[in-house]
Design a protein around this ligand. Structure first.
Ligand code: NAD
Length: 465
């Protein structure tokens, strides 16, 4: 469905419901024009020496750090997260710009010995790529796609979530101020219709998407029509196993950080906890105490550690999960309702116990600050329940037993396993899920391969390559 060019969209602060900006939604025609521009810019950009491309990325990193306070404030206003965390997001984005300015992966050539021939494998950029980004980490999740694509000589059309376009727009402005040639990065604004028009455009060669599993499936179907390359970073329902010999204090802290960071709106949030029955009561008490004490409120209040949910539908969705769990027999050990906090989309950090396996909270992804804690009796049972999900993004285990730690590495079906540690991702490690959490990698050097295709070259006889 076409969107009129003049249609405006108001960006709202989820803490105060104030309007913080107005943006023009892209029409399907705008999308096509921007894809054509990105495609036209490709030939010159891929021919630009890596050192020049890298210099633009480094300069952008510098500007992001210079304007970190301003951009973090924008992020807090449009997304809701505490400003301290918004600043960390800006800094991590700057780090990503620096990281991929370091090595020219596109120049890598593998020489292969073939009898009587000269053979090699070279790497080529793909062309105009689409980057489709959600609202929970609008900057880092954009940078994870945009920067490796640019470093390897591709051009990019970015589509931020319509509710969080402002910090992303500012970041792209800084790229241009750093000397990016016209057309190398374009931005389109809108929802599913704009995203679909972008994916379906015949000049788009690759789609990188972060978002829900349901949308990921729709995107895969759209991309299949043009056999586009895909990276899908989708939902998760990460389990933590807390064993009989675990450091319960550390595990409870990791669970609280893992579930309540970003108001629980993180793909790698810790979403289900299985605790050995001998440690269950102590764990529940400690994690509930942390939940009850967490200061929530407007992200600009320096004492606040958890902001609101991002939107009205988002809060209603979380409330639906809690209602369903309680109806299935679960009990609230902490939170469970809206706090008395102005008119923003706040929800209390919540711990639910005795949640049965058939509750939606266990089967589906709940994108909010609700932590279900369940007891287990045998470690086999804990592993089976941890893996009993369609998702496979992250996982963690708390135990001193080296054999159990290794078993978790081997047997937990996920793209990440944390051992006695908080679930957080690292720039230098490949990130991505298995099963319905998607495929392809972001971060690490592995992401660069997602934006390069391999060409085998063979020269026969006296030919030289
Ligand atoms: P979403 O799937 O609703 O939207 C994500 C993006 O896709 C937005 O820009 C949206 O406008 C666009 N979109 C929606 N429908 C589309 C369509 N049919 N065609 C093209 N584009 C379309 O996700 P969300 O609610 O914004 O984000 C939350 C989800 O993202 C959660 O499921 C979370 O787990 C997931 N997530 C995954 C990762 C990861 O790396 N695996 C990271 C963060 C978030």
């Amino acid at each position: 469905m076409a969107v009129a060019t003049s249609q405006k969209h108001a960006v709202t602060n989820p803490s105060t419901l104030e309007h913080v900006g107005e943006i023009e939604l892209s029409s399907v025609g705008d999308v096509a024009r921007k894809v054509v521009r990105a495609n036209e810019a490709f030939a010159a950009w891929r021919a630009t020496p890596f050192a020049e491309r890298a210099a633009i990325l480094r300069k952008t990193a510098e500007s992001l750090r210079t304007f970190a306070d301003e951009i973090a404030a924008t992020l807090t206003r449009e997304q809701g997260k505490p400003v301290k965390e918004a600043k960390i997001e800006v800094e991590r984005t700057a780090d990503t710009f620096d990281l991929y300015a370091a090595d020219d992966m596109g120049a890598l050539v593998d020489a292969i010995e073939l009898p009587g021939k000269t053979a090699r494998v070279v790497r080529r950029p793909l062309g105009a790529c689409a980057a489709i980004v959600p609202w929970n980490f609008p900057l880092t999740l954009m940078a994870n796609k945009l920067v490796p694509a640019l470093a390897t000589g591709n051009t990019v059309v970015v589509k931020p979530a319509p509710t969080t376009p402002l910090a992303a727009q500012r970041c792209i402005e800084l790229l241009y101020e750093a000397g990016l040639p016209e057309g190398v990065v374009e931005i389109v604004i809108g929802g599913a219709d704009v995203g679909a028009a972008l994916i379906e455009h015949p000049l788009i060669r690759k789609v990188s998407f972060t978002g829900s599993t349901a949308t990921g499936k729709a995107i895969m179907a759209l991309a299949a029509k043009g056999l586009k390359r895909l990276t899908l970073e989708l939902g998760g329902n990460d389990a933590m196993i807390v064993c009989e010999d675990a450091d319960v204090v550390g595990a409870a802290r990791a669970a609280a950080v893992g579930r309540f960071f970003n108001a629980g709106q993180a793909c790698i949030a810790t979403k289900r906890i299985y605790v050995h029955r001998s440690k269950y009561d102590e764990f529940v008490e400690r994690v509930s105490e942390r939940a009850a004490k967490l200061p929530i409120g407007d992200g600009f209040d320096p004492n606040v550690r958890m902001g609101p949910l991002h939107s009205q539908p988002q809060r209603e969705s979380v409330e639906g999960f809690v209602r369903d769990a309680l109806a299935h027999g679960a009990k609230a050990a902490a939170g469970g309702k809206r706090p008395d906090k102005g008119n923003g989309y706040f929800f209390e950090p919540t711990v639910l116990v005795d949640v049965p396996d058939d509750a939606r909270l266990i089967r589906e992804e709940c994108f909010g600050p609700v932590l279900p804690v369940m007891a287990f009796d045998s470690i086999d049972e804990a592993f089976a329940r941890a893996n009993a999900t369609v998702f496979g993004l992250g996982s963690s285990i708390w135990t001193q037993d080296a054999a159990l730690q290794e078993r978790a590495v081997r047997e937990l079906d996920a793209g990440y396993t944390w051992i006695n540690d908080i679930a957080t991702d690292y720039d230098r490690l490949p990130f991505g899920g298995v099963k319905e959490s998607g495929f392809g990698k972001e971060r690490g050097t592995e992401v660069l391969g997602e934006y390069l295709e391999l060409k085998s070259v063979v020269a026969g006889g006296a030919g030289h390559s």
